[in-house]
Design a protein around this ligand. Sequence first.
Ligand SMILES: Cc1cc2nc3c(=O)[nH]c(=O)nc-3n(C[C@H](O)[C@H](O)[C@H](O)COP(=O)(O)OP(=O)(O)OC[C@H]3O[C@@H](n4cnc5c(N)ncnc54)[C@H](O)[C@@H]3O)c2cc1C
Length: 349
Amino acid sequence: MRNRLIARRAPHTAHAFGRGYSPTLHKGLYTRLAGSFLLIGACACPRRLTRGLADDPSAKMPTLQRNAMAGITPARTNRPAMAKRGVMEVSLIFPEGEVIRRYYKGLIYLAARTCYSEKTPQQIWSEFLADKTPPERVLKLIEHVIESGHHSTIEHISFTFAISGVSRALSHQLVRHRIGVAFDQQSQRYVKYKEPQYVVPPSIEANPDALREFERFRDVSEEIYHRFLAQGIPAEDARFVFPNAVTTNLIMTVNLRQLMHMAGLRLCTLAQWEIRQLFKLIRKELMAADPYFGRLLVPKCVPLGYCDEKRNEDEHCKIRPHKNSVFRVWELYKRGQLVERTAAETDGG
Ligand SMILES: Cc1cc2nc3c(=O)[nH]c(=O)nc-3n(C[C@H](O)[C@H](O)[C@H](O)COP(=O)(O)OP(=O)(O)OC[C@H]3O[C@@H](n4cnc5c(N)ncnc54)[C@H](O)[C@@H]3O)c2cc1C
């Protein structure tokens, strides 16, 4: 018989959820919390990571590779019809998808296997290169190390991304990440911009009055910038009149451990919209190179099994239940107040 856990309310907990308590609401809440409870055991197993998150079927290969094959240079892709609009572009520059698919799982396997084997790393690697290591064994060990938090093993693989057309507001957030990631960014000291580009936030774009103000301010600051340069003021000082909206370009090289950490924070629905967009594109690039690694880039709540964001206590984001809900169910479980419900009861609501 198909059973499901539900919560049984003890008399002394009648008003545990505040003055708005009603038995019907309470029952619904308990049922929902019981569902949350089942997620407590969720962990960072790669197979489980993307449950409920759709992969992009259109992504067949990294953008740069796709464009190169089509004879399109990056400068011509997606360029906006509207003047001065920066367009965010992300390309996985290195390594190529073929290298990732051929060697990257093997490298993680090598790192992990070296810990548990009497064999030398040279022997383990030779066996891998000679296809003597069954692929399912490789994947099983990788899943094991990721799931159990043995994450130094996934620091051995890195990815280099070219990022262009993002705002300085975004780059300031991005470069706050310190560990396992290297950045190089276009210099406003050395570059004298002839035609600066700008990112327009959707909320301003959607408001004609605000957009007019935005463009007026942009044009004034740009005019002053060019006047300063003409007066011999160095670019490093003239740039002080630029708004946060002005675009920048970066190269980012990051190991898998840190990329998963960064994606966990920045794919969260509470992250700022532009950096969230950036990580969606990073994920898309990685999906195109090797979906196995692309699928590891998910909001932090997915491997955790619950949301730990204070701003989501009302659970308006529904990717995972809030930890408060999970802990409430855990408390009920500890008090023996979760009971089995039969299939008939479950189907009956
Ligand atoms: C939604 C959101 C809102 C934010 N709002 C603000 C804000 O208002 N103001 C603001 O200043 N910043 C803000 N930040 C930036 C945030 O505080 C971090 O600086 C940024 O996300 C970098 O992440 P990290 O601390 O995990 O560092 P990373 O460099 O990515 O480090 C990775 C991990 O390594 C470990 N680590 C790194 N450095 C150290 C260290 N020195 N000591 C011990 N352990 C270390 C930590 O476990 C850390 O999580 C925000 C970030 C997000 C995602």
